[in-house]
Design a protein around this ligand. Structure first.
Ligand SMILES: [Zn+2]
Length: 141
């Protein structure tokens, strides 16, 4: 996917709107060695635009695993489901937190957890460290 230039002011808005946290896995920028990226919810190749309502803050891992995908498989019944969209959906309506685990509680939540591998071992370790310093789950959630 070609990189799209995001003006600095728009990038700042996206980071502030997300409170410096990945809008999928909620990890705070301070708790990852990599820099969170601006994710196009609908990729440019699918006609998405680099505008605020089509952009989200995503950690490197979530952004790489999502790529330009718009759908994934619901682990419950195998159906193809549109991914969780941080601009259209409220995180708490689609996911729940159990310790350091993130569970999908809707088809979109389950499909997103599976595609983005939100509960891979290394991600749980990062969340454990974040929890130890009081940043996971985020207090504003
Ligand atoms: Zn993430």
């Amino acid at each position: 996917m070609p990189l799209t230039y995001i003006p600095a002011a728009l990038r700042r808005l996206i980071i502030e709107r997300a409170r410096q946290c990945c809008e999928y896995c909620l990890i705070d920028q301070q708790d990852t060695p990599t820099t969170h990226e601006v994710d196009h919810l609908v990729a440019i190749k699918h006609g998405g635009q680099p505008q605020s309502e089509n952009l989200a803050l995503a950690c490197l891992r979530c952004n790489r695993l999502k790529g330009s995908d718009l759908t994934a498989i619901d682990s419950l019944d195998g159906s193809v489901i549109p991914l969780f969209n941080p601009r259209q959906h409220a995180w708490r309506d689609h996911f729940e937190i159990a310790g350091v685990l993130i569970r999908g509680i809707t088809p979109a939540g389950r499909a997103t957890v599976a595609l983005l591998r939100l509960n891979d071992r290394n991600r749980l370790r990062v969340r454990e460290d974040s929890m130890a310093v009081g940043r996971f789950p985020p207090s504003w959630l």
